[in-house]
Design a protein around this ligand. Structure first.
Ligand code: M6R
Length: 603
Protein backbone atom coordinates (compact mmCIF):
# COMPACT_ATOMS: atom_id res chain seq x y z
CA UNK A 1 0.00 0.00 0.00
CA UNK A 2 1.79 3.08 -1.33
CA UNK A 3 5.24 2.73 -2.84
CA UNK A 4 8.44 4.65 -2.19
CA UNK A 5 11.34 4.98 -4.61
CA UNK A 6 14.54 7.00 -4.28
CA UNK A 7 17.66 7.46 -6.35
CA UNK A 8 20.96 9.26 -5.95
CA UNK A 9 23.79 8.73 -8.42
CA UNK A 10 25.38 9.93 -11.61
CA UNK A 11 22.39 9.62 -13.95
CA UNK A 12 19.27 11.74 -14.17
CA UNK A 13 16.96 10.70 -11.34
CA UNK A 14 13.66 11.35 -13.10
CA UNK A 15 13.59 8.33 -15.48
CA UNK A 16 14.79 6.01 -12.70
CA UNK A 17 12.05 7.27 -10.37
CA UNK A 18 9.27 7.04 -12.96
CA UNK A 19 10.34 3.53 -13.97
CA UNK A 20 10.56 2.53 -10.29
CA UNK A 21 7.06 3.89 -9.72
CA UNK A 22 5.72 1.81 -12.59
CA UNK A 23 7.02 -1.30 -10.83
CA UNK A 24 5.56 -0.13 -7.53
CA UNK A 25 2.21 0.91 -8.96
CA UNK A 26 0.58 -2.36 -7.87
CA UNK A 27 0.98 -1.10 -4.27
CA UNK A 28 -1.37 1.83 -4.83
CA UNK A 29 -2.47 3.63 -7.92
CA UNK A 30 -4.63 6.64 -7.21
CA UNK A 31 -1.90 9.28 -7.52
CA UNK A 32 1.86 9.56 -7.95
CA UNK A 33 4.61 12.14 -7.68
CA UNK A 34 8.35 12.75 -7.76
CA UNK A 35 10.74 15.35 -6.34
CA UNK A 36 14.13 15.97 -7.93
CA UNK A 37 16.93 18.02 -6.41
CA UNK A 38 18.58 20.49 -8.74
CA UNK A 39 21.30 22.59 -7.08
CA UNK A 40 19.28 25.35 -5.43
CA UNK A 41 15.80 23.93 -5.90
CA UNK A 42 13.60 20.90 -5.34
CA UNK A 43 11.28 20.47 -8.29
CA UNK A 44 8.12 18.44 -8.03
CA UNK A 45 5.67 16.82 -10.43
CA UNK A 46 2.46 15.20 -9.16
CA UNK A 47 -0.65 13.78 -10.76
CA UNK A 48 -3.76 11.92 -9.80
CA UNK A 49 -4.40 8.61 -11.50
CA UNK A 50 -1.81 6.31 -12.91
CA UNK A 51 1.96 6.64 -13.24
CA UNK A 52 1.43 7.00 -17.02
CA UNK A 53 -0.13 10.42 -16.40
CA UNK A 54 2.88 11.45 -14.31
CA UNK A 55 5.20 10.12 -17.04
CA UNK A 56 3.42 12.35 -19.59
CA UNK A 57 3.90 15.38 -17.37
CA UNK A 58 7.61 14.53 -17.03
CA UNK A 59 7.92 14.09 -20.79
CA UNK A 60 6.54 17.58 -21.42
CA UNK A 61 8.56 19.16 -18.66
CA UNK A 62 11.58 17.04 -17.65
CA UNK A 63 13.11 17.47 -14.20
CA UNK A 64 16.91 17.55 -14.28
CA UNK A 65 19.04 16.41 -11.33
CA UNK A 66 20.67 13.24 -10.04
CA UNK A 67 18.94 12.88 -6.65
CA UNK A 68 15.24 12.40 -6.07
CA UNK A 69 12.38 10.55 -4.42
CA UNK A 70 9.00 9.33 -5.69
CA UNK A 71 5.76 7.86 -4.41
CA UNK A 72 2.67 6.06 -5.62
CA UNK A 73 -0.32 6.43 -3.32
CA UNK A 74 -3.34 4.49 -2.08
CA UNK A 75 -5.42 7.10 -0.28
CA UNK A 76 -6.06 6.74 3.45
CA UNK A 77 -6.05 10.28 4.92
CA UNK A 78 -7.57 12.55 2.30
CA UNK A 79 -9.00 11.73 -1.10
CA UNK A 80 -6.91 11.05 -4.20
CA UNK A 81 -5.90 14.54 -5.38
CA UNK A 82 -2.73 16.27 -6.52
CA UNK A 83 -2.58 18.19 -3.21
CA UNK A 84 -2.78 14.99 -1.19
CA UNK A 85 -0.29 13.08 -3.28
CA UNK A 86 3.35 12.84 -2.26
CA UNK A 87 6.07 14.16 -2.10
CA UNK A 88 5.01 16.67 0.53
CA UNK A 89 7.19 19.69 1.26
CA UNK A 90 7.75 22.44 3.78
CA UNK A 91 6.44 25.88 2.77
CA UNK A 92 9.72 27.06 1.25
CA UNK A 93 10.07 23.77 -0.67
CA UNK A 94 13.57 23.09 0.62
CA UNK A 95 12.53 19.70 2.04
CA UNK A 96 10.55 16.93 0.33
CA UNK A 97 9.23 13.79 1.97
CA UNK A 98 7.47 10.59 0.86
CA UNK A 99 5.72 8.40 3.40
CA UNK A 100 4.05 4.98 3.59
CA UNK A 101 1.96 3.97 6.59
CA UNK A 102 -0.02 6.02 9.07
CA UNK A 103 1.12 8.72 11.49
CA UNK A 104 -1.18 8.08 14.45
CA UNK A 105 -0.36 11.31 16.31
CA UNK A 106 -0.74 13.56 13.26
CA UNK A 107 -3.60 15.55 14.83
CA UNK A 108 -1.45 16.62 17.82
CA UNK A 109 1.55 17.31 15.60
CA UNK A 110 -0.55 19.35 13.17
CA UNK A 111 -1.87 21.43 16.06
CA UNK A 112 1.64 21.96 17.45
CA UNK A 113 2.93 23.03 14.03
CA UNK A 114 -0.09 25.24 13.30
CA UNK A 115 0.50 26.96 16.67
CA UNK A 116 4.03 27.63 15.45
CA UNK A 117 2.84 29.28 12.26
CA UNK A 118 2.97 26.30 9.86
CA UNK A 119 0.36 26.20 7.08
CA UNK A 120 -0.92 22.95 5.63
CA UNK A 121 -1.94 22.45 2.01
CA UNK A 122 -3.16 18.84 2.14
CA UNK A 123 -5.53 16.69 4.20
CA UNK A 124 -2.89 14.02 4.75
CA UNK A 125 -1.26 12.79 7.94
CA UNK A 126 2.05 12.70 6.01
CA UNK A 127 2.34 16.47 5.59
CA UNK A 128 3.30 16.92 9.24
CA UNK A 129 6.66 15.26 8.46
CA UNK A 130 8.30 17.93 6.23
CA UNK A 131 6.99 20.70 8.49
CA UNK A 132 8.33 19.00 11.62
CA UNK A 133 11.66 18.48 9.87
CA UNK A 134 11.67 22.15 8.92
CA UNK A 135 10.87 23.10 12.52
CA UNK A 136 13.86 21.12 13.85
CA UNK A 137 16.22 22.49 11.16
CA UNK A 138 15.11 26.03 12.01
CA UNK A 139 15.73 25.23 15.68
CA UNK A 140 19.41 24.66 14.81
CA UNK A 141 19.73 21.00 13.78
CA UNK A 142 21.34 19.77 10.58
CA UNK A 143 19.33 17.56 8.17
CA UNK A 144 20.30 14.26 9.83
CA UNK A 145 19.83 15.43 13.45
CA UNK A 146 16.48 16.96 12.57
CA UNK A 147 15.39 13.83 10.72
CA UNK A 148 16.23 11.69 13.77
CA UNK A 149 14.32 14.04 16.06
CA UNK A 150 11.36 13.95 13.70
CA UNK A 151 11.12 10.17 13.44
CA UNK A 152 11.41 9.85 17.21
CA UNK A 153 8.34 12.07 17.55
CA UNK A 154 6.19 10.14 15.08
CA UNK A 155 3.78 7.49 16.37
CA UNK A 156 2.32 4.80 14.15
CA UNK A 157 3.88 2.76 11.37
CA UNK A 158 5.90 4.30 8.63
CA UNK A 159 8.55 4.16 5.96
CA UNK A 160 9.86 7.61 5.10
CA UNK A 161 12.37 9.01 2.65
CA UNK A 162 13.40 12.66 2.62
CA UNK A 163 15.65 14.99 0.65
CA UNK A 164 16.82 18.46 1.60
CA UNK A 165 17.99 21.19 -0.77
CA UNK A 166 20.88 22.01 1.53
CA UNK A 167 22.11 18.44 2.04
CA UNK A 168 23.55 17.67 -1.40
CA UNK A 169 22.97 14.20 -2.80
CA UNK A 170 21.76 12.79 0.51
CA UNK A 171 18.54 10.76 0.99
CA UNK A 172 17.49 9.86 4.52
CA UNK A 173 15.10 6.98 5.09
CA UNK A 174 13.53 5.52 8.21
CA UNK A 175 11.48 2.45 8.92
CA UNK A 176 9.02 1.64 11.66
CA UNK A 177 6.68 -1.10 10.52
CA UNK A 178 6.52 -0.43 6.79
CA UNK A 179 9.23 -2.06 4.68
CA UNK A 180 12.09 -0.20 3.02
CA UNK A 181 15.25 -1.48 1.33
CA UNK A 182 18.42 0.17 0.07
CA UNK A 183 20.06 -1.01 -3.17
CA UNK A 184 23.75 -0.36 -3.72
CA UNK A 185 25.10 0.15 -7.24
CA UNK A 186 28.36 1.49 -8.68
CA UNK A 187 28.37 5.15 -7.74
CA UNK A 188 24.61 5.11 -7.24
CA UNK A 189 22.12 4.09 -4.58
CA UNK A 190 18.45 3.20 -4.62
CA UNK A 191 15.71 3.25 -2.00
CA UNK A 192 12.51 1.32 -2.40
CA UNK A 193 9.65 -0.11 -0.43
CA UNK A 194 9.97 -3.25 -2.53
CA UNK A 195 13.06 -5.31 -3.39
CA UNK A 196 11.68 -6.42 -6.73
CA UNK A 197 11.25 -2.90 -8.08
CA UNK A 198 15.01 -2.36 -8.00
CA UNK A 199 16.12 -5.92 -8.69
CA UNK A 200 17.07 -5.03 -12.28
CA UNK A 201 19.28 -2.17 -11.06
CA UNK A 202 21.38 -3.89 -8.44
CA UNK A 203 21.77 -7.25 -6.78
CA UNK A 204 23.15 -5.87 -3.51
CA UNK A 205 20.51 -4.82 -1.03
CA UNK A 206 20.23 -3.89 2.63
CA UNK A 207 16.93 -4.48 4.38
CA UNK A 208 16.23 -1.70 6.85
CA UNK A 209 15.04 -3.06 10.21
CA UNK A 210 12.41 -1.53 12.44
CA UNK A 211 13.49 1.70 14.14
CA UNK A 212 16.45 2.07 11.79
CA UNK A 213 17.61 4.94 9.61
CA UNK A 214 19.63 4.82 6.37
CA UNK A 215 21.66 7.76 5.16
CA UNK A 216 22.63 7.36 1.54
CA UNK A 217 24.64 9.47 -0.85
CA UNK A 218 25.84 8.28 -4.25
CA UNK A 219 28.99 6.56 -2.89
CA UNK A 220 28.08 5.52 0.58
CA UNK A 221 25.41 4.17 2.88
CA UNK A 222 25.35 4.35 6.66
CA UNK A 223 22.85 2.97 9.13
CA UNK A 224 21.85 4.03 12.60
CA UNK A 225 19.02 3.62 15.08
CA UNK A 226 16.57 6.46 15.76
CA UNK A 227 19.02 7.84 18.39
CA UNK A 228 21.83 8.05 15.85
CA UNK A 229 23.82 5.07 17.18
CA UNK A 230 25.66 3.46 14.28
CA UNK A 231 24.54 0.01 13.08
CA UNK A 232 26.61 -2.34 10.96
CA UNK A 233 24.63 -4.20 8.33
CA UNK A 234 25.63 -6.94 5.94
CA UNK A 235 24.20 -6.75 2.43
CA UNK A 236 22.12 -9.55 0.90
CA UNK A 237 22.37 -10.68 -2.69
CA UNK A 238 19.19 -10.87 -4.73
CA UNK A 239 18.55 -12.38 -8.12
CA UNK A 240 17.06 -10.46 -11.01
CA UNK A 241 13.32 -11.02 -10.84
CA UNK A 242 11.05 -11.83 -13.71
CA UNK A 243 8.48 -9.43 -12.28
CA UNK A 244 10.02 -6.77 -14.45
CA UNK A 245 9.12 -8.72 -17.55
CA UNK A 246 6.01 -7.87 -19.48
CA UNK A 247 2.80 -9.91 -19.25
CA UNK A 248 4.46 -12.47 -21.53
CA UNK A 249 2.10 -12.23 -24.50
CA UNK A 250 -1.05 -12.36 -22.37
CA UNK A 251 -3.47 -9.44 -22.38
CA UNK A 252 -3.23 -9.10 -18.62
CA UNK A 253 -0.99 -10.28 -15.79
CA UNK A 254 -3.98 -12.03 -14.23
CA UNK A 255 -4.41 -14.31 -17.23
CA UNK A 256 -0.67 -14.97 -17.34
CA UNK A 257 -0.68 -15.83 -13.65
CA UNK A 258 -3.68 -18.17 -13.98
CA UNK A 259 -1.81 -20.03 -16.71
CA UNK A 260 1.38 -20.25 -14.64
CA UNK A 261 -0.34 -22.45 -12.05
CA UNK A 262 0.45 -25.93 -13.43
CA UNK A 263 4.16 -25.09 -13.72
CA UNK A 264 4.30 -23.66 -10.18
CA UNK A 265 2.36 -26.57 -8.68
CA UNK A 266 4.57 -29.03 -10.48
CA UNK A 267 7.65 -27.55 -8.91
CA UNK A 268 6.04 -27.25 -5.46
CA UNK A 269 4.48 -30.67 -5.38
CA UNK A 270 6.29 -33.12 -7.58
CA UNK A 271 9.13 -34.82 -5.80
CA UNK A 272 7.55 -33.32 -2.66
CA UNK A 273 10.11 -30.55 -2.59
CA UNK A 274 8.01 -28.45 -0.25
CA UNK A 275 7.55 -31.32 2.14
CA UNK A 276 11.28 -31.97 2.29
CA UNK A 277 11.93 -28.22 2.82
CA UNK A 278 9.54 -28.41 5.75
CA UNK A 279 11.02 -31.64 7.11
CA UNK A 280 14.56 -30.34 6.92
CA UNK A 281 13.88 -27.16 8.82
CA UNK A 282 15.96 -27.45 12.00
CA UNK A 283 13.99 -27.68 15.26
CA UNK A 284 10.56 -27.41 13.58
CA UNK A 285 9.40 -30.91 14.56
CA UNK A 286 10.70 -30.31 18.08
CA UNK A 287 8.90 -26.95 18.40
CA UNK A 288 5.52 -28.15 17.13
CA UNK A 289 5.29 -31.48 18.94
CA UNK A 290 3.52 -29.98 22.00
CA UNK A 291 0.87 -28.32 19.83
CA UNK A 292 -2.70 -28.76 21.07
CA UNK A 293 -4.37 -26.22 18.78
CA UNK A 294 -3.66 -24.73 15.40
CA UNK A 295 -4.89 -21.38 14.09
CA UNK A 296 -4.58 -20.59 10.42
CA UNK A 297 -4.69 -16.87 9.68
CA UNK A 298 -4.86 -14.73 6.58
CA UNK A 299 -6.84 -12.03 4.81
CA UNK A 300 -8.87 -12.16 1.60
CA UNK A 301 -7.59 -14.88 -0.68
CA UNK A 302 -4.94 -15.89 1.85
CA UNK A 303 -7.73 -16.43 4.39
CA UNK A 304 -9.56 -18.63 1.88
CA UNK A 305 -6.35 -20.66 1.49
CA UNK A 306 -6.13 -20.81 5.30
CA UNK A 307 -9.73 -22.12 5.48
CA UNK A 308 -8.94 -24.93 3.03
CA UNK A 309 -5.67 -25.62 4.85
CA UNK A 310 -7.75 -25.85 8.04
CA UNK A 311 -10.04 -28.50 6.50
CA UNK A 312 -6.99 -30.55 5.45
CA UNK A 313 -5.33 -30.23 8.86
CA UNK A 314 -8.56 -31.19 10.64
CA UNK A 315 -8.71 -34.26 8.42
CA UNK A 316 -5.14 -35.21 9.33
CA UNK A 317 -4.27 -33.93 12.80
CA UNK A 318 -5.63 -34.95 16.22
CA UNK A 319 -5.73 -31.37 17.57
CA UNK A 320 -8.15 -28.44 17.33
CA UNK A 321 -7.74 -26.57 14.08
CA UNK A 322 -9.40 -23.27 13.33
CA UNK A 323 -9.04 -20.76 10.48
CA UNK A 324 -9.56 -17.14 11.53
CA UNK A 325 -9.52 -13.91 9.56
CA UNK A 326 -6.31 -12.23 10.67
CA UNK A 327 -8.13 -8.95 11.31
CA UNK A 328 -10.39 -10.74 13.83
CA UNK A 329 -7.64 -12.55 15.68
CA UNK A 330 -5.92 -9.92 17.78
CA UNK A 331 -9.11 -8.85 19.57
CA UNK A 332 -8.58 -11.45 22.28
CA UNK A 333 -11.44 -13.75 21.23
CA UNK A 334 -9.17 -16.75 20.79
CA UNK A 335 -7.26 -18.80 23.28
CA UNK A 336 -3.53 -18.56 22.53
CA UNK A 337 -0.69 -19.95 24.62
CA UNK A 338 2.63 -21.75 24.27
CA UNK A 339 0.93 -24.90 22.98
CA UNK A 340 -0.59 -22.98 20.10
CA UNK A 341 0.70 -23.14 16.55
CA UNK A 342 -0.19 -20.12 14.42
CA UNK A 343 0.16 -20.46 10.65
CA UNK A 344 -0.02 -17.09 8.92
CA UNK A 345 -0.66 -17.15 5.18
CA UNK A 346 0.34 -14.03 3.27
CA UNK A 347 1.52 -13.56 -0.28
CA UNK A 348 3.11 -10.17 0.33
CA UNK A 349 4.28 -10.88 3.86
CA UNK A 350 3.37 -7.26 4.58
CA UNK A 351 -0.36 -7.35 5.32
CA UNK A 352 -0.80 -5.29 8.49
CA UNK A 353 -3.74 -7.31 9.83
CA UNK A 354 -1.80 -10.55 9.45
CA UNK A 355 1.35 -9.11 10.98
CA UNK A 356 -0.43 -7.80 14.04
CA UNK A 357 -2.20 -11.15 14.50
CA UNK A 358 1.20 -12.86 14.34
CA UNK A 359 2.60 -10.42 16.85
CA UNK A 360 -0.40 -11.01 19.16
CA UNK A 361 0.25 -14.77 18.98
CA UNK A 362 4.02 -14.50 19.46
CA UNK A 363 3.56 -12.35 22.58
CA UNK A 364 1.45 -15.15 24.09
CA UNK A 365 4.13 -17.76 23.45
CA UNK A 366 2.69 -19.39 20.30
CA UNK A 367 4.96 -20.88 17.66
CA UNK A 368 4.48 -18.84 14.48
CA UNK A 369 4.91 -20.17 10.95
CA UNK A 370 4.60 -17.88 7.92
CA UNK A 371 3.62 -19.15 4.51
CA UNK A 372 4.66 -16.33 2.24
CA UNK A 373 5.79 -15.52 -1.26
CA UNK A 374 8.13 -12.77 -0.17
CA UNK A 375 11.54 -13.43 1.24
CA UNK A 376 12.77 -10.74 3.67
CA UNK A 377 9.20 -9.54 4.22
CA UNK A 378 8.14 -8.91 7.82
CA UNK A 379 6.14 -12.15 7.91
CA UNK A 380 9.28 -13.97 6.85
CA UNK A 381 11.66 -12.30 9.26
CA UNK A 382 9.33 -12.03 12.26
CA UNK A 383 7.98 -15.60 12.29
CA UNK A 384 9.67 -18.53 14.01
CA UNK A 385 9.63 -20.53 10.75
CA UNK A 386 8.82 -19.50 7.19
CA UNK A 387 7.97 -21.47 4.07
CA UNK A 388 7.93 -19.92 0.64
CA UNK A 389 5.28 -20.34 -2.00
CA UNK A 390 7.91 -19.64 -4.69
CA UNK A 391 5.39 -18.66 -7.33
CA UNK A 392 7.29 -15.62 -8.60
CA UNK A 393 6.01 -12.10 -8.37
CA UNK A 394 2.23 -11.87 -8.50
CA UNK A 395 1.50 -8.58 -10.24
CA UNK A 396 -2.27 -8.70 -10.70
CA UNK A 397 -4.07 -7.37 -7.64
CA UNK A 398 -6.48 -10.31 -7.85
CA UNK A 399 -4.57 -13.23 -6.42
CA UNK A 400 -4.62 -16.49 -8.39
CA UNK A 401 -1.32 -18.36 -8.56
CA UNK A 402 -0.44 -17.32 -5.01
CA UNK A 403 -3.66 -18.99 -3.82
CA UNK A 404 -2.96 -22.42 -5.32
CA UNK A 405 0.71 -22.17 -4.27
CA UNK A 406 -0.45 -21.42 -0.70
CA UNK A 407 -2.68 -24.50 -0.87
CA UNK A 408 0.29 -26.61 -2.02
CA UNK A 409 2.41 -25.53 0.96
CA UNK A 410 -0.49 -25.87 3.41
CA UNK A 411 -1.28 -29.43 2.27
CA UNK A 412 2.41 -30.42 2.53
CA UNK A 413 2.60 -28.83 5.97
CA UNK A 414 -0.57 -30.69 6.97
CA UNK A 415 1.07 -34.00 6.06
CA UNK A 416 4.16 -33.05 8.06
CA UNK A 417 2.06 -32.05 11.10
CA UNK A 418 0.07 -35.27 10.86
CA UNK A 419 3.29 -37.21 11.32
CA UNK A 420 4.60 -34.94 14.11
CA UNK A 421 1.35 -34.93 16.07
CA UNK A 422 0.50 -38.61 15.76
CA UNK A 423 -2.31 -38.14 13.24
CA UNK A 424 -3.88 -40.63 10.88
CA UNK A 425 -0.96 -41.99 8.80
CA UNK A 426 -3.28 -43.65 6.27
CA UNK A 427 -4.98 -40.35 5.60
CA UNK A 428 -1.60 -38.63 5.24
CA UNK A 429 -0.67 -41.18 2.60
CA UNK A 430 -4.01 -40.62 0.85
CA UNK A 431 -3.38 -36.85 0.72
CA UNK A 432 0.19 -37.33 -0.52
CA UNK A 433 -1.03 -39.53 -3.34
CA UNK A 434 -3.82 -37.15 -4.28
CA UNK A 435 -1.31 -34.27 -4.41
CA UNK A 436 0.66 -36.05 -7.12
CA UNK A 437 -2.29 -35.67 -9.51
CA UNK A 438 -2.94 -31.99 -8.80
CA UNK A 439 -0.73 -30.52 -11.54
CA UNK A 440 -2.39 -32.58 -14.26
CA UNK A 441 -5.86 -31.71 -12.90
CA UNK A 442 -5.15 -27.98 -12.89
CA UNK A 443 -3.89 -28.30 -16.44
CA UNK A 444 -7.14 -30.00 -17.45
CA UNK A 445 -9.19 -27.28 -15.74
CA UNK A 446 -7.43 -24.67 -17.86
CA UNK A 447 -9.03 -26.48 -20.79
CA UNK A 448 -12.33 -24.88 -19.69
CA UNK A 449 -11.07 -21.45 -20.72
CA UNK A 450 -13.16 -21.05 -23.90
CA UNK A 451 -16.30 -22.20 -22.09
CA UNK A 452 -15.63 -19.66 -19.30
CA UNK A 453 -15.14 -16.93 -21.87
CA UNK A 454 -18.59 -17.65 -23.34
CA UNK A 455 -20.21 -17.95 -19.91
CA UNK A 456 -18.64 -14.62 -18.88
CA UNK A 457 -20.64 -12.83 -21.59
CA UNK A 458 -23.74 -14.09 -19.83
CA UNK A 459 -22.70 -12.80 -16.38
CA UNK A 460 -21.30 -9.42 -17.47
CA UNK A 461 -24.75 -7.78 -17.29
CA UNK A 462 -25.68 -9.19 -13.86
CA UNK A 463 -26.10 -7.15 -10.72
CA UNK A 464 -25.74 -10.03 -8.24
CA UNK A 465 -24.30 -13.53 -8.41
CA UNK A 466 -24.57 -16.14 -5.64
CA UNK A 467 -21.95 -18.85 -5.17
CA UNK A 468 -22.73 -21.95 -3.11
CA UNK A 469 -20.86 -25.04 -1.90
CA UNK A 470 -20.30 -27.24 1.13
CA UNK A 471 -17.07 -27.80 3.10
CA UNK A 472 -14.02 -27.17 0.94
CA UNK A 473 -16.35 -26.49 -2.02
CA UNK A 474 -17.81 -23.61 -0.02
CA UNK A 475 -14.29 -22.20 0.38
CA UNK A 476 -13.75 -22.50 -3.38
CA UNK A 477 -17.09 -20.77 -3.93
CA UNK A 478 -15.96 -18.00 -1.56
CA UNK A 479 -12.73 -17.54 -3.48
CA UNK A 480 -14.65 -17.50 -6.78
CA UNK A 481 -17.02 -14.83 -5.44
CA UNK A 482 -14.11 -12.74 -4.13
CA UNK A 483 -12.43 -12.84 -7.55
CA UNK A 484 -15.68 -11.89 -9.27
CA UNK A 485 -16.49 -8.95 -6.99
CA UNK A 486 -13.02 -7.42 -6.90
CA UNK A 487 -12.41 -7.27 -10.63
CA UNK A 488 -15.94 -6.91 -12.07
CA UNK A 489 -17.67 -4.88 -9.29
CA UNK A 490 -20.64 -7.27 -9.56
CA UNK A 491 -22.07 -8.02 -6.14
CA UNK A 492 -21.00 -11.66 -5.63
CA UNK A 493 -21.61 -13.54 -2.42
CA UNK A 494 -20.82 -17.07 -1.33
CA UNK A 495 -23.00 -19.07 1.06
CA UNK A 496 -22.65 -22.56 2.50
CA UNK A 497 -25.21 -24.39 0.40
CA UNK A 498 -27.28 -25.67 3.31
CA UNK A 499 -27.44 -22.21 4.87
CA UNK A 500 -29.12 -20.63 1.86
CA UNK A 501 -32.61 -21.66 2.93
CA UNK A 502 -32.15 -20.03 6.34
CA UNK A 503 -32.39 -16.51 4.94
CA UNK A 504 -30.39 -15.69 1.83
CA UNK A 505 -32.80 -17.63 -0.39
CA UNK A 506 -35.13 -14.64 -0.01
CA UNK A 507 -32.82 -12.89 -2.47
CA UNK A 508 -33.03 -15.54 -5.16
CA UNK A 509 -35.12 -14.90 -8.26
CA UNK A 510 -34.70 -15.09 -12.03
CA UNK A 511 -32.20 -12.21 -11.98
CA UNK A 512 -29.83 -13.81 -9.48
CA UNK A 513 -27.73 -16.50 -11.13
CA UNK A 514 -26.33 -19.19 -8.83
CA UNK A 515 -22.95 -20.87 -9.27
CA UNK A 516 -22.49 -24.11 -7.33
CA UNK A 517 -19.33 -26.10 -6.62
CA UNK A 518 -19.97 -29.78 -5.94
CA UNK A 519 -16.83 -31.94 -5.76
CA UNK A 520 -17.42 -34.11 -2.69
CA UNK A 521 -18.75 -37.59 -3.61
CA UNK A 522 -20.86 -37.82 -0.43
CA UNK A 523 -22.57 -34.49 -1.02
CA UNK A 524 -23.95 -34.68 -4.59
CA UNK A 525 -27.41 -35.65 -3.34
CA UNK A 526 -27.61 -32.74 -0.92
CA UNK A 527 -26.37 -30.44 -3.70
CA UNK A 528 -29.15 -31.74 -5.95
CA UNK A 529 -31.82 -30.69 -3.44
CA UNK A 530 -30.21 -27.30 -2.74
CA UNK A 531 -29.99 -26.63 -6.46
CA UNK A 532 -33.66 -27.57 -6.86
CA UNK A 533 -34.52 -24.93 -4.26
CA UNK A 534 -32.91 -22.14 -6.30
CA UNK A 535 -34.02 -23.37 -9.72
CA UNK A 536 -37.61 -23.54 -8.46
CA UNK A 537 -37.32 -19.85 -7.60
CA UNK A 538 -36.32 -19.02 -11.16
CA UNK A 539 -32.54 -18.80 -10.70
CA UNK A 540 -30.31 -19.72 -13.58
CA UNK A 541 -27.93 -22.24 -11.97
CA UNK A 542 -24.58 -23.58 -13.11
CA UNK A 543 -22.73 -26.33 -11.26
CA UNK A 544 -19.02 -27.19 -11.34
CA UNK A 545 -18.79 -30.90 -10.58
CA UNK A 546 -16.81 -34.00 -11.59
CA UNK A 547 -17.41 -35.76 -14.87
CA UNK A 548 -20.43 -38.04 -14.74
CA UNK A 549 -22.43 -35.95 -12.23
CA UNK A 550 -25.64 -34.32 -13.46
CA UNK A 551 -28.18 -32.09 -11.74
CA UNK A 552 -31.75 -31.63 -12.98
CA UNK A 553 -32.33 -28.39 -14.88
CA UNK A 554 -28.81 -27.18 -14.15
CA UNK A 555 -25.95 -26.68 -16.57
CA UNK A 556 -23.13 -28.88 -15.24
CA UNK A 557 -19.57 -27.92 -16.12
CA UNK A 558 -17.35 -30.92 -15.67
CA UNK A 559 -14.11 -30.81 -13.74
CA UNK A 560 -11.36 -33.44 -13.73
CA UNK A 561 -12.11 -36.50 -11.63
CA UNK A 562 -10.18 -36.01 -8.41
CA UNK A 563 -10.05 -36.87 -4.71
CA UNK A 564 -12.34 -34.42 -2.87
CA UNK A 565 -9.49 -33.30 -0.64
CA UNK A 566 -7.42 -31.94 -3.53
CA UNK A 567 -10.40 -30.74 -5.60
CA UNK A 568 -9.87 -27.09 -4.40
CA UNK A 569 -6.82 -26.81 -6.68
CA UNK A 570 -8.61 -27.62 -9.92
CA UNK A 571 -12.13 -26.36 -9.09
CA UNK A 572 -10.94 -22.80 -8.42
CA UNK A 573 -9.33 -22.44 -11.86
CA UNK A 574 -12.54 -22.07 -13.93
CA UNK A 575 -13.85 -19.62 -11.33
CA UNK A 576 -10.69 -17.52 -11.74
CA UNK A 577 -11.15 -17.62 -15.52
CA UNK A 578 -14.84 -16.78 -15.25
CA UNK A 579 -14.08 -13.67 -13.15
CA UNK A 580 -11.28 -12.70 -15.52
CA UNK A 581 -13.39 -12.92 -18.69
CA UNK A 582 -16.37 -11.20 -17.03
CA UNK A 583 -14.06 -8.32 -16.10
CA UNK A 584 -12.76 -8.16 -19.68
CA UNK A 585 -16.31 -8.28 -21.06
CA UNK A 586 -17.26 -5.35 -18.81
CA UNK A 587 -14.19 -3.37 -19.88
CA UNK A 588 -12.84 -3.16 -16.31
CA UNK A 589 -9.20 -2.60 -15.40
CA UNK A 590 -8.48 -6.26 -14.69
CA UNK A 591 -5.05 -6.01 -13.06
CA UNK A 592 -5.68 -2.84 -11.08
CA UNK A 593 -9.27 -2.84 -9.85
CA UNK A 594 -10.65 0.29 -8.25
CA UNK A 595 -10.08 1.03 -4.56
CA UNK A 596 -7.69 -1.89 -4.09
CA UNK A 597 -3.94 -2.32 -3.67
CA UNK A 598 -1.77 -5.39 -3.86
CA UNK A 599 -0.43 -5.21 -0.35
CA UNK A 600 -2.54 -3.76 2.41
CA UNK A 601 -0.25 -2.29 5.03
CA UNK A 602 -2.85 -0.54 7.18
CA UNK A 603 -5.16 -2.19 9.71
O1 M6R B 1 -0.43 -10.31 0.69
P1 M6R B 1 -1.52 -11.08 1.39
O2 M6R B 1 -1.63 -12.47 0.91
O3 M6R B 1 -1.43 -11.01 2.87
O4 M6R B 1 -2.85 -10.32 0.95
C1 M6R B 1 -4.08 -10.66 1.50
C2 M6R B 1 -5.24 -10.05 0.75
O5 M6R B 1 -5.17 -8.66 0.81
C3 M6R B 1 -5.29 -10.50 -0.71
O6 M6R B 1 -5.33 -11.89 -0.83
C4 M6R B 1 -6.53 -9.91 -1.41
O7 M6R B 1 -7.69 -10.43 -0.86
C5 M6R B 1 -6.48 -10.17 -2.92
N1 M6R B 1 -6.70 -8.95 -3.64
C6 M6R B 1 -7.49 -11.14 -3.39
O8 M6R B 1 -7.44 -11.35 -4.76
Amino acid sequence: MCGIIGYTGKSDAEPVLVEGLRHLEYRGYDSAGIAVLNEDKIKIHKSTGRVDTLADICKNSPLRGCTGIGHTRWATHGRASAANSHPHTNSSKTIAVVHNGIIENHTELRQFLADNGYKFVSETDSEVIPHLLDYHIKSGGDFKESFLKTVRELKGSFAISAVCRDAGDKILSARKGSPIVIGEGEGEMFVSSDIYSISDKTDVIYVLGDNEVAEISRDCVEFSDFDGNKITKTPSEIKHNSYLEEAGGYDHYMLKEIHEQPRILKSLLSGEKTLSDIKNTPFLAERVKRTDKIYLLGCGTAYNAAMTGGIVMRYLCPVNVCAVMASEFAGGFYDVDDKTLVIAVTQSGETADTLSAMDFAAKRGAVTVAITNTQYSRADTESDFAFYTRCGREVSVASTKAYTAQLAVLYSFGVFLCNCLGGDVKRAEEVREALLKVTADVHLSLGLEEEMKTLAGHYAGCRDIYYIGRGSDFVTATEGALKMKEITYIHSEAYPMGELKHGPIALIDRDTPVIAVDCHPDLHIKTESNLREVVTRGADAVCFCPDGITHNGVRCIHLPETHWITAPFSSVVPLQLLAYYTSVAKGCDVDKPRNLAKSVTVE
